[in-house]
Write a protein that binds this ligand. Structure first.
Ligand code: GLC
Ligand code: CA
Length: 524
C-alpha cells in the first residue's frame, strides 16, 4: 500500500445493516458478535471501513432510526463489551468504524421525551418542539411529515403539539436549545473516545426549522407532503456553523470522517455542506437514482465534482437501506452484467465507493407481496403506492444452508429465495461470479493510486453505449472502459501505448473489442 493512503478518501466503505448481516445467537436478528465473526470476510473483500446502521437501544418503530439512548448498545445487538471488541478486532484488520448518528429526532421512548411531555415547566420540555395550537385548535402551521399526515402531534394532557418530520414516535429535537446542542456534541465525543473513526449523520440538514414557524408555500404534488415547497422545515442556515463545530470536535482526532445524509436537497445544496470546515462528504442521490444510461451517470458525477469545493472529496453509492438495491433496479432476472458494471463504476469513478452489504454478490430485493407482511412504517402507511423498504433489508446470503447461513432461527425478514444459488460460498468458487469480479477490481484499485485519488477526465462525449474515462495521478495514467450494453462494441484507445490491467480483450492497433457489459482498464 502507498504511504499517502487515506482510508476515507482512497479506501472502500461498506454499509452494514446490523439486523441483517449475521446472527450469532440464533434469535433471528443480526448482531455485533455476528459482525465480528465476518471481519475476516470483510478484510478479504478489501473493505477499509464499515458503516453500521444504528446499534443503539431502540423500540424499532423505524428499525433503529428511533434512538432511545445515544451512548448505549441495544441488547438485541449485544453489549458495550461486544462493541469494544468489534473496534479492536476491526482495527487489527485495518477496518475503520463509522457509526450512524440520528440526531434530528429521538424515539418517543427516550427519557428526554418522556420527561419533556410531563409538564411545560419540566427541564426537558424545551428539548423538543412543543407549540400551542392556533386559536381554533389546529396545528401551529401547515408543515407535513414525510411518513404521512401533519408533522404536528397533539398531546391532550399538555394541550400542545410537538413536531415530527418522520413518524409520530420520532419527535424532533429542539437544536436551538443550548442544552440539546451540548448533549449532542457530547455524543460525538463519547464515541470518538471509544475509538470510532467516523460518523454518518442521518438527515442532518433537518436539525433546524424556521424559528418563526412560517407556513410552507403550496405547490402541486401527489402526496400531501409533496404539495408544499419545503423551504421553512428543512435546510436552514443555522446548520453551517453547527457543522463547523462538529468538524472541530472530529479534527482533534486523527483521520476522522463525517459524511452526511442530506434530506430533500439537490446536488448543489448537498455540496454546500461539504468542505474543509464542514462535512468531508455527503450522499449524492442524484447519481444513485439514475436510469441505466452512461450519459446520466457521467452527467451526475461531473455535476457532483463541479459542485464540491476545496477540502471536500466526492463519494458514490447505488444502494442503501432506504432504496431498492441497484441489482434489482438495473438487472434482468438473475443476470449480473449490469450489477458488475455498476460495481465497476463505484470502484473506478472519482469518489469514495460506498458498498451496501450483499452488493458484492449482487443481492436482489426480496419481493413484498402482501401488506400484512410489511414491517417498514413507510410500507404500512403508503401501501400499495410504496411497499416500504423491507425489500433491501433482507438477510445476507452467506451459503446454501438453512436461511442462507444467516441464522438457525427464522430471520426477522425472509432470506431471498434465490439464496441456494446466490450466496458468498458459491460465488467464491465461481471464477466468473460478481464476487470474484469485485475482488479482482478492488485489487486493481488498491494497486493503482490513480484509481483512488487521481484526476478524472471523460473520454467519451455524449456516451450512449460505452463510457470511457481517464484517471491520472502524477505520471500514472489509466483508462477505464465500461460497456453498458448487451452488445459487443469497439473502442479506440487514446494515443499511446496501453497495457491491460483489468479484463481481456481482442485488440487491433488502438481498437479494443469489448464484450457485453465488460469492463476494461488500461495503463499507459
Ligand atoms: C434517514 C434514514 C432512514 C430513516 C430516516 C428517519 O433517511 O436513512 O432509514 O427512516 O432517516 O430517521
Ligand atoms: Ca442475534
Amino acid at each position: 500500500m502507498n504511504n499517502d493512503f487515506l482510508w476515507w478518501r482512497d479506501g472502500i466503505i461498506y454499509q452494514i445493516y446490523p439486523r441483517s448481516f449475521a446472527d450469532s445467537n440464533n434469535d433471528g436478528i443480526g448482531d455485533l458478535p455476528g459482525i465480528i465473526s465476518k471481519l475476516d470476510y470483510l478484510q478479504g473483500l478489501g473493505v477499509d471501513a464499515i458503516w453500521l446502521s444504528p446499534i443503539y437501544p431502540s423500540p424499532d418503530v423505524d428499525f433503529g432510526y428511533d434512538v432511545a439512548d445515544y451512548t448505549a448498545i441495544d441488547p438485541k445487538f449485544g453489549t458495550m463489551a461486544d462493541f469494544n471488541k468489534l473496534v479492536k478486532e476491526a482495527r487489527k484488520r485495518d477496518i475503520h468504524i463509522i457509526l450512524d448518528l440520528v440526531l434530528n429526532h429521538t424515539s418517543d421512548q427516550h427519557n428526554w421525551f418522556i420527561e419533556s411531555r410531563k409538564s411545560k415547566d419540566n427541564p426537558y420540555h424545551d428539548w423538543y418542539l412543543w407549540h400551542d395550537p392556533r386559536p381554533d385548535g389546529s396545528p401551529p402551521n401547515n408543515w407535513a411529515a414525510i411518513f404521512g399526515g401533519s408533522a404536528w402531534e397533539y398531546d391532550p394532557d399538555l394541550g400542545q403539539y410537538y413536531y415530527h418530520m418522520f413518524y409520530k414516535e420520532q419527535p424532533d429535537l429542539n437544536w436551538r436549545n443550548p442544552d440539546v446542542r451540548a448533549a449532542m456534541l457530547n455524543v460525538f465525543r463519547f464515541w470518538l473516545k471509544k475509538g470510532v473513526d467516523g460518523f454518518r449523520l442521518d438527515v442532518f440538514n433537518e436539525y433546524f426549522k424556521d424559528a418563526e414557524l412560517r407556513d410552507n408555500p403550496r405547490k402541486p404534488g401527489l402526496r400531501a407532503f409533496d404539495r408544499q415547497k419545503h423551504i421553512h422545515d428543512v435546510s436552514q442556515p443555522e446548520m453551517y456553523p453547527l457543522l463547523e463545530e462538529i468538524r472541530g470536535i472530529l479534527d482533534r482526532y486523527k483521520e476522522t470522517y463525517v459524511v452526511g445524509e442530506t434530506f430533500l436537497a439537490d446536488t448543489e445544496r448537498t455540496a454546500s455542506y461539504c468542505g474543509e470546515d464542514k462535512l468531508h462528504a455527503a450522499f449524492n442521490f442524484d447519481f444513485a437514482k439514475n436510469h441505466w444510461h452512461p450519459k446520466r451517470f457521467l452527467d451526475s458525477a461531473e455535476k457532483w465534482y463541479a459542485a464540491l469545493g476545496a477540502g471536500a472529496w466526492p463519494n458514490n453509492f447505488f444502494s442503501n437501506h432506504d432504496m431498492v438495491r441497484a441489482a434489482s433496479r438495473y438487472c434482468f432476472g438473475e443476470e449480473d452484467g449490469r450489477a458488475k458494471v455498476a460495481l465497476a463504476l463505484l470502484l473506478t469513478l472519482k469518489g469514495t465507493p460506498f458498498i451496501y452489504y450483499g452488493e458484492e454478490i449482487a443481492m436482489r430485493d426480496i419481493p413484498i407481496r402482501r401488506k400484512a407482511d410489511v414491517l417498514d412504517p413507510i410500507g404500512r402507511t403508503f401501501w400499495p403506492f410504496h411497499k416500504g423498504r423491507d425489500g433491501c433489508r433482507a438477510p445476507m446470503q452467506w451459503n446454501a444452508g438453512q436461511n442462507g447461513g444467516f441464522s438457525e432461527a427464522d430471520p426477522w425478514l425472509p432470506v431471498n429465495a434465490d439464496y441456494p444459488k446466490r450466496n458468498v460460498v458459491n460465488q467464491n468458487a465461481d471464477p466468473n461470479s460478481t464476487l470474484n469480479f469485485f475482488k479482482q477490481l478492488v485489487a486493481v484499485r488498491k494497486a493503482e493510486p490513480a484509481l483512488q485519488r487521481g484526476a478524472f477526465k471523460a473520454l467519451t462525449e455524449d456516451p450512449h453505449t460505452l463510457l470511457a474515462f481517464e484517471r491520472s495521478l502524477d505520471k500514472d495514467q489509466l483508462v477505464v472502459v465500461l460497456n453498458f450494453t448487451s452488445r459487443e462494441l469497439d473502442y479506440d484507445l487514446p494515443e499511446g501505448k496501453w497495457q491491460p490491467v483489468f479484463g481481456e480483450a481482442v485488440r487491433t492497433g488502438q481498437t479494443v473489442h469489448i464484450l457485453p457489459y465488460q469492463v476494461l482498464i488500461y495503463k499507459k
